[in-house]
Design a protein around this ligand. Structure first.
Ligand SMILES: Cc1ncc(COP(=O)(O)O)c(C=O)c1O
Length: 382
């Protein structure tokens, strides 16, 4: 970080990538360091950089910016959001217990249900937002992680980080928050008591649908964090310098993008909330949303670019709307500058808790009137 850059506001820190100037040339765009290995002075002791499976200056720039934006002590980039999630589970020991919300990114559900049990890690699921169920489910001394995802994918539930952290900490567990949908622009979970923040960097952090990436941010670089670092180093799920550079470039426009996407998403949610073809709009910025009060407390500067809609007429009608979109791309993923729409239940499989009439929309930075017109014509056509 450039000297005194810590005094600036987060959007300034992001826009100038912490004020780095490339030391060799004075370039204001950070350099990419592709080297996998580094000259070792023939003396005892470890040089700062040794091998790029451990560390690379290009990873560090993006990591430092993300740790600063999330108010964390340290960050680590991974080769995907799933690699970052799996690293947390891999850093546990056989016999440990983890609690997940029932509606959680389906890949995380697959790790919990299909993989963690093979490692002797017990996993339980509790209804999203049910603090009593969470308090009942924690096993003091055995529960090591309580996992939240907020807003949740794709039901848009907003979890109370503060209250969940209190329950986790009383049981001796750490609170992990998947903050992919919110990004550090809207919510900084560490400020509400989270111990670890997880991101699919593929989404808002990168923002251009051209990098698969993941990240973890730690409130404290403690013993567990050292284990997570070892999992990345020896498991090898590093991001690579080209992708890390693209992610850093994306993060420089993060604040502009997320603010614009949040404004458009709110306008779109308001427009379709009482639409005759729409059963329900799920968006935490609407006062009708079940978790609106928590969202107002925990999210600042907007409620995000993700909107889910339940379509009247069930799954068949939802699939027809999906197919009738012309401008909004029918594709998975989210958080890019282009708007995407997806029918989640059809890809999540039989144990998906997602309603079959739900369409998930990732709002891009196009003119919101064009997006509304496209959805209007798709609802009419369906
Ligand atoms: C909320 C959430 N968490 C985690 C992931 C996994 O991230 P990745 O696809 O980068 O592995 C996703 C992907 O869509 C997601 O939406």
């Amino acid at each position: 970080m450039a000297k005194d850059f810590s005094d600036y506001r987060p959007s300034t820190q992001a826009a100038q990538a912490l004020g780095w100037v490339e030391p060799a040339t004075g370039g204001i765009t950070p350099a990419i360091y592709p080297s996998t290995t580094y000259e070792r002075p023939p003396v005892q002791g470890r040089p700062k950089y040794l091998y790029s499976r451990d560390d690379n200056p290009t990873y560090e720039q993006a990591e430092q910016l993300l740790a600063t934006l999330e108010r964390g002590a340290a960050a680590l980039l991974f080769s995907s959001g799933m690699a970052a999630s799996a690293a947390l589970i891999q850093a546990l020991s056989s016999g440990d217990h983890v609690i997940f919300p029932e509606v959680v990114y389906w890949g995380v559900r697959r790790i919990a249900k299909d993989i963690a049990s093979g490692w002797g890690i017990a996993c339980d699921f509790v209804p999203n937002g049910d603090l009593d169920a969470l308090a009942q489910a924690v096993r003091p001394g055995q529960t090591k992680l309580v996992w939240l995802e907020t807003p949740s994918n794709p039901n848009m539930g907003v979890a109370d980080i503060d209250a969940s952290a209190a329950i986790a900490h009383r049981a001796g567990a750490m609170l992990v928050v998947d903050s992919t949908f919110a990004s550090p622009v809207l919510t900084r979970p560490i400020e509400f008591g989270a111990d670890i923040v997880m991101h699919s960097g593929t989404k808002y952090l990168n923002g251009h649908s051209d990098v698969i990436a993941g990240a973890l941010v730690a409130k404290e670089a403690n013993q567990f964090w050292n284990k997570v670092m070892a999992v990345r180093q020896f498991g090898g799920a590093v991001l690579g310098p080209f992708e890390a550079w693209l992610m850093l470039r994306g993060m420089r426009t993060l604040f502009l993008r997320v603010k614009a996407q949040s404004e458009s998403a709110l306008a779109l949610a308001r427009h379709f909330e009482h639409h005759p073809a729409v059963l329900e709009v799920l968006y935490p910025g609407l006062p009708s949303h079940l978790d609106h009060a928590i969202a107002c407390r925990q999210m600042s500067g907007g409620f995000g670019g993700m909107v889910s809609m339940r379509i009247k007429g069930g799954e068949e009608a939802a699939l027809r709307v999906w197919g009738a979109c012309k401008l909004i791309k029918v594709a998975t993923s989210l958080g890019g500058v282009e708007s995407l729409i997806e029918h989640r239940a059809s890809i999540e499989g039989a144990d998906s808790p997602v309603p079959k009439d739900l369409m998930r929309l990732s709002v891009g930075i196009e003119d919101v009137n064009d997006l509304i017109a496209d959805l209007e014509q798709a609802l009419r056509a369906a």
